[in-house]
Ligand binder design. Structure first.
Ligand SMILES: [Zn+2]
Ligand SMILES: [Zn+2]
Length: 406
């Protein structure tokens, strides 16, 4: 009642919001009751009327957050009442206050769980407001974190908002954040997350990310935080999106040694299924490109001339993964199968190679073939895909042309 009768009074409203928060805090029954009594609509009216008051906004946001958090009915009620728009106005009016930015981001994050709210948020200028908050509070880790999560949420399944985010410079900003917080595992993990959604629906953003150095930043994060499962999973996921249908980013990733890093991730995090799924899915994209090169014969284009590394990649893709992977196991195995069927030399790629490693003779699908001893020797001590490691046997040459054992 007090909220309705004294809509113009800053002090009354601040105290009323505070009291409301106290009543509903962790009390589901009171939360529902307050929602039905029109508390949400009142809060929105207050936020609009006292847009200039920082104190009112802080308390109103806390109340709104408590009313809508994990409460579907109140979330819809708030969206219908214009809470999304009122929150964005608050973000804009109090850009300098990090507490208001934090609170408004938290409220919005709860509201944009449905498509209608995301559209309203986009139209109200939420994307630009979030990017402005990120820039203004660059040193505040909490603001960075919640803003990164929110920008992903607002863009989720909304192509228009993804385009808005691109134009607002979110990608360039995230790359800068990644570059300046290289050692912080948490910052790296959520920056990887934030890169994912802007590039998933928008090809222009994918190109933008590529030219801003996002690919190199992701590979660097994977390299630097090799033991962090969170960084590996989210970086792989974002990298997968960046190289999807973007030849420039594929070349960038290759030059940044993404394949070597991904192969290391697969073996280091063998026990973590989520990491395995993301890394193997990303490697599959490279595998398809490598195989095209193999099939085209030598030399096979500008992508890669490193056949041993390519074969190691094909084997890894065929071996790893599980039912939850988007690419079927049959398709992944087939990549290796095509290479094996061509009887290509594992070192130089030439087809119908007649020599093979005796230590691998019994491994039917992974028979290791060479055109001659020179190729075999080079493969044995390859820097990134040494057969010495994979074979595990002493090096004995086996010549098919002069042996009955084939
Ligand atoms: Zn060869
Ligand atoms: Zn061998």
């Amino acid at each position: 009642m007090a909220m309705r009768e004294h809509q113009g009074s800053e002090i009354v409203q601040t105290e009323a919001c505070e009291a409301l928060s106290g009543l509903i805090a962790d009390n589901a029954e009171n939360t529902t009751r307050a929602g039905s009594a029109g508390a949400i609509e009142d809060l929105v009216v207050i936020m609009r009327r006292l847009a200039e008051s920082k104190g009112v906004h802080e308390e109103a946001c806390v109340a709104l957050y408590n009313l809508t958090r994990n409460h579907a009915e109140n979330t819809i009620r708030a969206t219908t009442a214009g809470a999304v728009e009122a929150t964005v106005v608050a973000m804009r009016c109090h850009l300098d206050h990090h507490t208001v930015q934090e609170l408004t981001c938290m409220v919005l994050d709860g509201l944009v769980c449905n498509g209608a709210a995301r559209t309203r948020a986009g139209n109200a200028g939420a994307v630009e407001a979030i990017v402005a908050a990120m820039r203004r509070h660059a040193q505040n880790e909490r603001v960075q974190q919640i803003a990164c999560l929110l920008v992903g949420a607002v863009i989720y399944n909304n192509a228009k908002n993804a385009t808005r985010a691109g134009s607002a410079g979110v990608i360039e900003y995230i790359v800068v954040v990644k570059d300046t917080h290289l050692e912080s595992e948490t910052v790296q993990a959520w920056a990887c997350q934030a890169l994912h959604n802007p590039v998933i629906y928008d090809t222009a953003n994918r190109a933008r990310a590529g030219s801003s150095g996002a690919v190199e930043a992701l590979v660097e994060a994977m390299h630097r935080h090799a033991t962090s499962e969170a960084v590996q999973k989210d970086a792989c996921r974002a990298l997968h999106r960046l190289i999807n249908s973007n030849a420039g980013n594929v070349v960038r990733a290759r030059n940044a040694h993404a394949i070597e890093v991904l192969l290391a991730v697969v073996s280091r995090h063998a026990a973590n299924e989520e990491v395995q799924v993301q890394a193997a899915a990303t490697l599959y994209v490279f595998g398809e490109i490598c195989l095209k090169g193999f099939q085209a014969g030598m030399p096979f284009g500008t992508f890669d001339r490193d056949v041993p590394l390519g074969v190691k990649l094909l084997k890894t893709v065929a071996r790893h993964g599980n039912a939850s992977m988007s690419t079927s196991q049959a398709r992944r195995r087939n990549l290796l199968g095509v290479f094996v069927a061509a009887k290509s030399c594992v070192e130089c790629g030439i087809r119908n190679a007649r020599r093979s490693c005796i230590g691998c003779l019994d491994a039917d699908s992974t028979k290791v073939r060479y055109c001659d001893q020179a190729c075999q020797l080079i493969h044995w001590s390859h820097p990134a895909a040494s057969h010495r490691v994979e074979c595990g046997s002493h090096m004995v040459a086996h010549d098919e042309s002069s042996s009955a054992a084939v």
